[in-house]
Design a protein around this ligand. Structure first.
Ligand SMILES: *Cc1c(COP(=O)(O)O)cnc(C)c1O
Length: 363
C-alpha cells in the first residue's frame, strides 16, 4: 500500500486507521456473523452509530445547542436546490457570492427556485481571489446570502467569514474544508458539506442549521425536500446511508484522536506552507492560480510553464505513486488536494518530487 500518496480531490484519502477499523468493526458485529450494512436503520446497533456520530460532530466543531445536525443524501449538489426550496420564500430574493464553479452551480439552482442575484463575484478575475463583499449593498428583501468557504476547483478559501452582513442569514457550502479548522458559529446560520472530501465516504451529506431559522422555512414543498421533515425525525425519516454514516463516525474518532480541529488546522497550514513556499521559490515555474491573500490550504491549483511540461509532470508523478494531481477538467493544469487525511510525510515527499522536477526543467 504505502508507496502511494493519495492527493485525490474527492472522493479523497481516508486515514489508514479509519480503513483498518472499517474492515475490522464494520464486518464484525454479532460475533462476525453480520456487517453493519445488514442492520435495520431502526436497530439499536445502528442508532448508536447514528446518534453517536452526531454527538461527536457536535463535540469536534463545538456546535451550539441552538443548531441541529442532519444527515442527508444527494450530496452537496442537492443542497444547492434544497436551500432555496426551503428558505427562498415568495417575495424574497437570495444573494449569491460567486467564487468558483460550485458557487455558480448553487446560484443556478436558486434561479430555478425563485428570485436570486449575484451579490459579489470574482469571475472577472478568473476566480483568483475571494470577492470583497464589504462595499456591497444587498437587495431589499434578501432571504439569505450563500457562499462557498473553499473553492475546490480554483484553489481559494475564505479565511474569515463575513461578520453577519446586514444581519442577514448566511449559508455556507463547506464541502471541501469542513473539519479542517474551527467554525465561528456567531457568523453562520446554515452550513453543509458532502462527506467525501474531508469527512468520510460519499453518500452522506452533513447539514448544520440554526433551529430558529429553520422555523421560518417554507413548508409548501415535497416532504422529502423539507429540512423540517428530517429534523423532526432525527434524520431517520427514511433509510439513511448507514454504511457511510458508520465510516464518518470512525473518521470523527480519528479527528478526536488527532487532537481535534485546532490541531488539524495547524497541521493543514504546515502542509500547505510546504507546497506554497516551494512554489514561491520556483521562479514562477510552479504558478498557483490563487492570489496570495486567498490561497486555499485544502486545494492548491497551479500551472507549469507549458501544457507539455504539465503532462510530463503528471505522468512522472503517477509513476512515482502520487495520485490525483491532475487539475479539474474545467480549468486544466494541476491540483494538490491536502485534506485532513493527507499526511505531512506524503506532503514532504511530494515537495521533494516537485523540487527535483523543477531542477531538471529550467525554463
Ligand atoms: C465537491 C463539491 C461539491 C459537490 O459535491 P457533491 O457531493 O458531488 O454534490 C459542492 N461544493 C463544493 C465546494 C465541492 O467541493
Amino acid at each position: 500500500m504505502n508507496n502511494m500518496h493519495n492527493f485525490n480531490p474527492g472522493p479523497a484519502a481516508l486515514p489508514d486507521e479509519v480503513k483498518r477499523r472499517a474492515k475490522e468493526e464494520g464486518f464484525n458485529i454479532d460475533n462476525g456473523n453480520l456487517s453493519i450494512m445488514e442492520y435495520s436503520h431502526r436497530s439499536k446497533e445502528y442508532e448508536a452509530i447514528h446518534f453517536g456520530t452526531q454527538e461527536k460532530i457536535k463535540q469536534i466543531l463545538k456546535v451550539p445547542d441552538n443548531f441541529d445536525i442532519l444527515f442527508l443524501q444527494g450530496g452537496a449538489s442537492l443542497q444547492f436546490a434544497m436551500i432555496p426550496m426551503n428558505f427562498l420564500t415568495p417575495g424574497k430574493k437570495a444573494g449569491y457570492v460567486l467564487s468558483g464553479s460550485w458557487s455558480e452551480k448553487a446560484y443556478e439552482e436558486a434561479l430555478r427556485c425563485g428570485e436570486s442575484y449575484v451579490y459579489a463575484s470574482s469571475a472577472e478575475k478568473q476566480y483568483r481571489s475571494i470577492p470583497n463583499i464589504y462595499s456591497w449593498e444587498p437587495n431589499e428583501n434578501t432571504a439569505y446570502f450563500h457562499l462557498t468557504s473553499n473553492n475546490t476547483i480554483y484553489g481559494t478559501q475564505w479565511y474569515q467569514y463575513p461578520q453577519h452582513h446586514h444581519d442577514l442569514p448566511v449559508c455556507i457550502d463547506m464541502s471541501s474544508d469542513i473539519f479542517s479548522r474551527p467554525i465561528d458559529w456567531s457568523k453562520v446560520d446554515f452550513i453543509y458539506a458532502g462527506a467525501q472530501k474531508n469527512a468520510g465516504p460519499a453518500g452522506v451529506t452533513i447539514v448544520i442549521v440554526k433551529k430558529e431559522w429553520l422555523e421560518s422555512a417554507n413548508d409548501n414543498i415535497p416532504k422529502i425536500m423539507s429540512y423540517r421533515t428530517h429534523q423532526q425525525k432525527n434524520s431517520l425519516y427514511h433509510t439513511p446511508p448507514t454504511f457511510s454514516v458508520f465510516i464518518m463516525g470512525l473518521m470523527m474518532d480519528w479527528i478526536i484522536d488527532q487532537g481535534g480541529v485546532d490541531k488539524l488546522h495547524e497541521r493543514n497550514a504546515q502542509k500547505a506552507n510546504l507546497i506554497y513556499s516551494l512554489m514561491d521559490q520556483s521562479d514562477h515555474f510552479y504558478l498557483p492560480h490563487a492570489e496570495k491573500h486567498s490561497r486555499s490550504m485544502m486545494n492548491i491549483t497551479f500551472r507549469l510553464p507549458s501544457v507539455e511540461l504539465e503532462q510530463l509532470f503528471l505522468t512522472r508523478a503517477m509513476d512515482e505513486g502520487f495520485l490525483g494531481l491532475k487539475g479539474h477538467r474545467s480549468v486544466g493544469g494541476c491540483r494538490i488536494s491536502l485534506y485532513n487525511a493527507v499526511t505531512t510525510e506524503s506532503t514532504k515527499i511530494l515537495t521533494e518530487y516537485m523540487a527535483n522536477f523543477r531542477q531538471q526543467h529550467t525554463c
